[in-house]
Write a new protein. Structure first.
Length: 413
């Protein structure tokens, strides 16, 4: 006997669940679709107005500033996503879409232009893909300004500095004496070398651990020329270990010239200057060994020094040597001041060549720089006083004067 109910049973077991699953899947997919506001489908944002393109001043003719009034929808309804900017090159008609500026912003700087070409800009308000009618700007040609008047204050400061340098150089060339305060470390060079001569012990000169591309090393070699002249006159041995090959070559030539100038070229020996190693603490260990073995009467540390400064100065102090140090590394100066007899602090190291040579150009440059420092210190003091008084009194005139002082010493590119 046939079972007529079996097809219905199979339909209920397999087909109905499948239909239910497909129905649920369709419902979930429909819920995941983004809901787009009904008004966005039909709303076209209001256009901007008063689009103005202006050449960016004091540049290389590559920049234009663009401003516009915000769309009414941006200011009252908020129904706007941003502003689409399009650049048109007039000579070729090429149109480039730059970017979409966020809502609420009405400024853009285009700095990828070609000098001498003419450009115009179109701006459209954008809201959910809908765009307003384009608003065109004026035609603009970016130009180059020969003189940047924003840097007039910098020109005035440079004029004062250069003028003072030229004045003092001319003053020194006329034979007029320029006052330079005495630097104790330089005044003690002859005394220190004379002490080594009396004791019959050598002199140690350490020019730092940097190469000849460092201005501190150059300043140290400049002082070496003065030390070498006295050494050659007194016929005393000098020992100079170095950590750079170029410094070795320069130092040998400097000492050799000093011996030739003293009329004793035969007394010069290349072994006075010896290359040790480029490795920092390997070099320091070798120099310390030389100190302990030779016991120099005078030690000079003139150049760029780092972690090795205190190691050298302590060793020199332990053997009873007169020590004259000089560096422009602020972190190492306290160690030299504590352990050495004389220390050239910062710019004293660089001023030493002018101090020792009395050469008019160097003296004039030094005095001119001092004028610049004096002007800077006076300006700082006056500026601080004016700003303080303006804050305390609330005076608008003092506030304006403070802003003027701030602009005067601010470099605007």
């Amino acid at each position: 006997m046939k079972d007529y109910h079996r097809p219905q049973l199979l339909f209920q077991i397999f087909i109905l669940p499948l239909v239910v699953i497909l129905s649920l899947t369709s419902a979930l997919t429909a819920q995941e679709q983004p809901v787009i506001p009904a008004d966005s489908i039909i709303h076209i944002p209001a256009p901007t107005s008063n689009v103005v393109a202006v050449d960016y001043v004091y540049d290389r003719g590559e920049t234009v500033e663009l401003t516009w009034n915000l769309s009414p929808d941006d200011t009252i309804g908020g129904r706007i996503d941003g502003y689409e900017l399009t650049r048109i090159e007039q000579s070729t008609g090429k149109m480039d879409t730059l970017e979409v500026i966020p809502a609420g912003i009405s400024y853009y700087k285009d700095d990828k232009l070609t000098h001498g070409h003419k450009y115009a800009y179109l701006i459209r308000s954008v809201y959910f893909g809908a765009k307003s009618s384009p608003v065109s700007s004026n035609i603009i040609t970016p130009s180059i300004e020969i003189i940047n008047w924003r840097l007039a204050n910098l020109f005035a400061i440079a004029f004062i500095l250069c003028g003072s340098v030229i004045y003092f150089i001319a003053h020194a060339k006329k034979g007029k004496k320029l006052f330079i305060r005495k630097i104790a470390g330089l005044e003690a060079i002859d005394e220190a070398i004379g002490r080594a001569t009396e004791m019959g012990r050598p002199i140690l000169f350490v020019p730092g651990i940097n190469d000849m591309d460092d201005v501190q090393t150059i300043a140290g070699i400049t002082l070496l020329s003065r030390v070498a002249k006295v050494v050659a006159d007194y016929d005393i041995r000098i020992n100079m270990p170095v950590s750079r090959s170029l410094v070795m070559t320069t130092a040998r030539e400097t000492i050799k010239e000093a011996y030739i100038g003293a009329g004793r070229p035969d007394a010069y020996n290349d072994d006075m200057v010896r290359y040790i190693t480029d490795e920092q603490f390997g070099y320091v260990a070798a120099v310390d060994g030389i100190m302990v073995r030779d016991k120099p009467a005078t030690c000079f540390y003139l150049g760029a020094f780092f972690a090795e400064s205190l190691i050298l100065a302590e060793t020199g102090n332990s053997i009873g040597a007169i020590q004259i140090a000089g560096t422009a590394q602020p972190a190492q100066l306290p160690f030299f001041v504590a352990a050495c007899d004389y220390t050239l602090i910062g710019e004293e190291l660089f001023a030493a060549s002018a101090y020792l040579s009395n050469e008019p150009k160097q003296l004039g440059s030094l005095k001119g720089q001092d004028v610049g420092k004096f002007v800077a210190m006076i300006a700082i003091v006056i500026g601080v006083l004016i700003a303080t008084l303006a804050e305390l009194t609330g005076s608008s005139s003092l506030e304006n004067l403070s802003e003027f002082m701030n602009r005067l010493f601010t470099i605007v590119s």
